[in-house]
Design a protein. Structure first.
Length: 96
């Protein structure tokens, strides 16, 4: 297996070389074909979890991205698996 990795000198002072970098990045093939995944079941990849406390309760905020399928506000989805192998049903309250 041979891999070619170009080295492009770029000046952060003058911007020299940026055009070449933009051209190279634009010419790379797309890695994901999301249009092929939209009809699959929902697959959300969790990158981080935040816990927000407030008067009268709290909320868990999950950060990540949809890798396949679709999701909308008001939809119930399964989250897991947890350490014991179970999944929990949660309600999607907002999407940002």
């Amino acid at each position: 297996l041979q891999v070619i990795c170009p080295i492009i000198p770029i000046s952060c002072v003058t911007g020299e070389g940026l055009d070449m970098l933009h051209h190279l990045l634009a010419s790379l093939p797309k890695r994901r074909r999301h249009q092929n995944k939209i009809e699959r079941p929902l697959e959300f990849l969790v990158e981080d979890i935040f816990h927000k406390t407030q008067t009268g309760g709290g909320a868990t905020i999950v950060f990540g991205f949809v890798n396949a399928g679709r999701v909308s506000v008001g939809q119930r989805v399964f989250v897991g698996p947890f350490q014991d192998g179970t999944f929990r049903t949660v309600l999607v309250k907002s999407i940002h």
